[in-house]
Design a protein around this ligand. Sequence first.
Ligand SMILES: Cc1cc2nc3c(=O)[nH]c(=O)nc-3n(C[C@H](O)[C@H](O)[C@H](O)COP(=O)(O)O)c2cc1C
Length: 170
Amino acid sequence: MKIAIFNGSPRKQNTFALAQAFKEGAESAGHEAEIYNVGQMKIAGCLGCEYCHTKGEGNCVQKDDLEQILPAYKEADVIVFASPVYYFTMTAQMEAAIQRVYCIGKPLKAKKAVLLLSSGSDGVYEAAVAQFKAYMGYAGIEAAGIITAHGEENKSQAKLDEIKEFAKTL
Ligand SMILES: Cc1cc2nc3c(=O)[nH]c(=O)nc-3n(C[C@H](O)[C@H](O)[C@H](O)COP(=O)(O)O)c2cc1C
């Protein structure tokens, strides 16, 4: 299967380590997995202009780094959203990327999605988890797993192993 892992962090640190563990686990099970560091890309927010659904025929009027992730979003069998928690939700960069995918409507092939969240504290995941479940419900994609890491759990071998093992089960 093709697995697209979107890392919403602007840094290659805690969330990137979770994303890498997922990639390693998925690849060891024979899947093709790629990390897209959307947090380091320049992806503006959706303008709501509806160009994509009228004259644009699915293409966005804004030309930016969205073009680097759209093919993966369209073709992935599994989509992994990995993000640090910023004020109880995913990063603005990740939210912008998700909202700009409006131009293609729902992901075309994906049957499963996974949410990986990194945070400083425990108990800060409610909003991001609710959004993930609602969005996947709307898109008709199974919310196949949610794994969180807070504080010392980030980069801990136990957490990375948990993610690797989970990725092998897809
Ligand atoms: C702008 C900002 C907002 C944050 N908000 C929260 C928060 O609401 N709750 C929390 O537990 N941690 C919060 N954090 C901490 C990060 O979620 C945490 O350090 C995370 O592991 C960073 O992941 P990264 O290394 O991939 O960037 C925040 C950090 C930043 C920079």
